[in-house]
Design a protein. Structure first.
Length: 216
């Protein structure tokens, strides 16, 4: 998952940051830092659980709930803000910016749903940990959208969902069955990705244009 993020955002974020040429609004940079922090948090939690240090995992998890809420709030702020910035600068057309609202807000709603379910089932580790994988994969949608060197949308979708597929393989090897969370999660994420088509439709643009204009 971390590799997907780094590859996706390398040209527009990590590389300019490394060269000292990154010029983006503070709120967008804050979103990037918080998002990367989420990936580090997930990795830390996985390591703690794998080492059977469940007390540490639970202590971090209490802060993780608050941190996940910060991810959602910043995402809901930065997605529309980015659309306005790019529309005003001429990087995007009005329709491109209006369409992006559905995509960016959809990312956060998807993450919020799976993350909320993971919190609800935190007392059931076999469900909780798989829901956390699905929730984090939902966040990777924006990163895979930037894998423009891969033309096939289906191939990009397969790479996007690959962490869940790896989990399925692990389930099959260790349990001889795949947990329903992975099955439902992969299907739901794949179907929700079709909002990209809706975002370009006139049906959505009639809604998105006035929202964008109001934000501007």
């Amino acid at each position: 998952m971390l590799a997907i993020v780094v590859i996706g955002f390398w040209p527009t974020y990590f590389s300019p940051l490394w060269r000292g040429t990154l010029a983006i609004p503070t709120v967008v940079h804050a979103h990037g830092v918080v998002f990367l922090g989420w990936m580090m948090l997930v990795m830390t939690q996985v390591i703690a659980a794998a080492r059977n240090n469940l007390p540490l995992h639970r202590r971090i998890g209490r802060w993780g709930i608050a941190y996940g809420c910060v991810v959602i709030v910043l995402g809901l702020i930065v997605g529309p803000a980015n659309a306005v910035i790019k529309a005003n600068s001429g990087v995007w057309t009005r329709d491109q910016a209006a369409g992006s609202l559905l995509v960016s807000v959809g990312d956060m709603l998807s993450f919020a749903g799976w993350f909320g379910a993971a919190i609800w089932y935190r007392a059931r580790p076999e469900v909780h940990k798989r829901l956390m994988v699905v929730a984090t994969v939902a966040l990777l949608f924006a990163a895979l959208a930037r894998w423009t060197f891969i033309a096939s949308g289906l191939l990009r979708a397969a790479i996007w969902l690959s962490p869940i597929f790896i989990g399925m393989v692990h389930d099959w090897i260790t349990r001889r069955r795949v947990h329903p969370v992975y099955v439902v999660g992969s299907i739901a994420l794949f179907l929700f990705a079709f909002r990209l088509l809706l975002a370009r439709s006139e049906a959505w643009l009639q809604i998105g244009r006035p929202i964008l204009d109001a934000l501007r």
